[in-house]
Design a protein around this ligand. Structure first.
Ligand SMILES: C[S@@+](CC[C@H](N)C(=O)[O-])C[C@H]1O[C@@H](n2cnc3c(N)ncnc32)[C@H](O)[C@@H]1O
Length: 213
């Protein structure tokens, strides 16, 4: 855990150069910076799509770090409840999703692909084991509420950790921001300006942030 301004070498990161399929560079930078600042080892991502953000995270974890990433299987596409916008994203070229960005050495060994509907998936065996959960799956109110509940339970209380949401303040997915307004009435939620990211720290991370401020 770093308790001082990291050196330039410690701040060195890797990321996928953007194309029309990649997340915004600033969002990637903030996500990776959070991983570094909290010395994250275990990450769960809900919503893999092409696995670009999975790869960005995996490429910046310390030795022994690991990312689990969950997305709908083909069967879930017919049964999962989702809004039309999410259904369109979920149906984006399935062949590209079947060959995600991290499916090459050495990254493939740092990533485990999970399949299922996050609102039905049994996360309980992983509860208390994650240092960061990235919520970027379905964006309707029911799914975001379920994913948020699971995300907090997944965090390891003994180490600094964070839940990060994508699509906060995205006008195309208004349920996310509305849900986070509710979460923000119970705990601190940080909305990151000029991005669609928001995050909340667990008590161990909040204590670390207080020490540094
Ligand atoms: C916006 S994309 C994820 C983008 C990815 N995190 C990135 O930054 O590169 C959302 C993904 O969530 C998946 N998804 C939607 N509803 C889901 C659910 N209920 N359970 C699991 N995955 C879901 C979709 O199939 C889609 O691939």
């Amino acid at each position: 855990m770093l308790h001082r301004t990291p050196t330039a070498a410690e701040r060195l990161v890797s990321f996928v150069l953007p194309t029309d399929r990649t997340p915004k560079l600033l969002e990637t930078a903030i996500l990776v910076a959070l991983c570094k600042a909290l010395d994250v080892r275990h990450v769960l991502e809900i919503g893999t799509l092409y696995g670009i953000q999975t790869l960005n995270i995996a490429a910046n974890l310390p030795h022994g770090g690991h990312v689990w990433t969950l997305d709908l299987g083909d069967d879930d596409l017919t049964t999962a409840e989702m809004d039309e916008r999410d259904r369109a994203i979920a149906q984006l070229p399935r062949d590209a999703q079947a060959e995600p960005a991290f499916a090459v050495e050495p990254w493939s060994t740092r990533v485990t692909k999970l399949t299922g509907d996050s609102t039905r998936y049994d996360f309980t065996p992983m509860n208390g084991t994650m240092n960061l959960v990235y919520v970027d799956g379905g964006h309707d109110a029911r799914t975001v509420a379920s994913d948020t509940r699971n995300a907090f339970a997944l965090l390891d209380p003994a180490r600094p950790g964070a839940v990060v949401w994508h699509d906060d303040a995205n006008p195309l997915h208004p349920d996310v921001g509305e849900h986070l307004d509710g979460v923000g009435r119970e705990r601190d939620v940080y909305h990151v300006g000029d991005t669609m990211l928001a995050f909340a720290l667990n008590p161990a991370a909040a204590a670390l942030a207080a020490q540094l401020s």
